[in-house]
Design a protein around this ligand. Structure first.
Ligand code: NAI
Ligand code: MG
Length: 355
């Protein structure tokens, strides 16, 4: 297959980890006879420095002609005091909004070799394999808001259509995973949650192979800690999803391992590590590229339908970690750690060996 991938390295360790992910993608193209074309664009602080705009038109155009987007990370102390329209994170909000990327996917999967770094007991973290599906373009963060000197309000608005498309996305994902959807809301208090629940109930008829449960957001927050392996796909409103996805992400105990995707129904998507630009380690060549590499694997799976290739990358990452190869963030005190490039080459060697 021929695919065009827009690469937006961004700031700090963003360029270092996206370089690693591109290297892996190039190997996949060679191994599996695909043609991947890469086009590059500026975003975040890098784009502000060059063009006074965190999401310039050139970048939007490069993404528009691509089949998917791979992003590093944006931000850093250099731009912390900029006015709000010249803030790097504006670039992220702008790209999601510009392309209507309404579904944010955050998988959290326990890595057997890294269980000791989980804040949970190893036996609790061991079986975790869940996916938070967060609605990303509506809800509380986008509703009408206002304030006066002494009052302020935000509004949580969802249309039936907005709920339907995110819920369908969750059902489709559950179907190819373990067949379970947990829909999270606050239906005992919020009217928007009652509509949400109603839509989930209507939709489930079309997915007889998927089990559905409804859970209130507060009890879900508890259960993510007490029984995280009970979850498969969790689907929820924008703000609930923001909070729950950060909560779930610490289960694995390693920020450098977590990928994410923001997609829409036609297959176009934005893939990026969950971590930020790591200003404290930027430029040292020691960042863990796993999250970026696993984000590239998600791109293959969700935007290109290349399940075999995606699974091969995920397996290679697991194997390399089981073999004890670690970047500095994961290395044990006495062990030598690998640089970003050395670790990436281990993954590439492993992929070569598997194929
Ligand atoms: P951060 O994720 O950049 O760093 C938190 C800690 O984790 C740091 O000690 C960092 O060195 C470490 N870390 C992160 N990724 C790593 C990796 N791949 N390998 C090894 N260590 C890693 O979050 P922080 O420090 O809160 O924010 C730094 C900057 O990044 C800020 O400007 C923030 O706005 C931005 N940011 C951007 C995000 C994005 O682009 N999606 C998300 C989060 C923060
Ligand atoms: Mg968050």
């Amino acid at each position: 297959m021929e695919k065009t991938i827009a690469v937006l390295p961004g700031d700090g360790i963003g360029p270092e980890v996206t370089r690693a992910a591109v290297k892996v993608l190039k190997l996949i193209a060679r191994r599996y006879q695909h043609e991947f074309n890469f086009s590059y664009g500026l975003i975040g602080g890098a784009a502000i420095d060059a063009l006074d705009n965190p999401f310039p038109k050139e970048t939007a155009d490069a993404c528009k002609t691509a089949d998917a987007v791979l992003l590093g990370a944006v931000g850093g102390p250099k731009w912390d005091n900029n006015p709000s329209e010249l803030r790097p994170e504006k670039g992220l909000l702008a790209i999601r909004k510009h392309f209507g990327l309404f579904a944010n996917l955050r998988p959290v999967k326990a890595v057997p070799a890294l269980l000791a770094s989980s804040p949970l007991k190893e036996e609790k973290a061991a079986g975790v394999d869940l996916m938070i599906v967060r609605e990303l373009t509506g809800g509380l963060y986008f509703g009408e808001k206002a304030r006066t000197a002494d009052d302020a309000y935000d509004t949580l608005v969802y249309s039936r259509e907005e709920i339907s498309r995110i819920v369908e996305q969750a059902f489709e994902l559950a179907r190819v995973r373990r067949g379970k959807v947990t829909s999270v809301d606050k239906a005992n208090v919020l009217e928007s949650s009652r509509l949400w629940r109603e839509v989930v109930e209507e939709k489930k008829a079309a997915y007889p192979d998927v089990t559905v449960e409804h859970q209130l957001v507060d009890s879900c927050a508890m259960k993510l800690i007490t029984d995280p392996s009970a979850f498969d796909v969790v689907v929820t409103e924008n703000m609930f999803g923001d909070i729950l996805s950060d909560e779930a992400s610490v289960i694995t105990g390693s920020l450098g391992m977590l990928p994410s995707a923001s997609i829409r129904t036609d297959g176009f998507g934005l893939y990026e590590p969950v971590h930020g630009s790591g200003p404290d380690i930027a430029g040292k060549g020691i960042a863990n590229p796993a999250a970026a590499i696993l984000s590239a694997a998600m791109m293959l799976r969700y935007s290109f339908g290349m399940e075999t290739e995606a699974a091969a990358i995920e397996e290679a990452v697991q194997t390399v970690l089981e073999d004890g190869c670690r970047t500095a963030d994961l290395a044990e005190a006495e062990g030598r750690s690998l640089t970003t490039e050395e670790w990436t080459d281990k993954v590439i060697e492993q992929l070569d060996a598997e194929a």
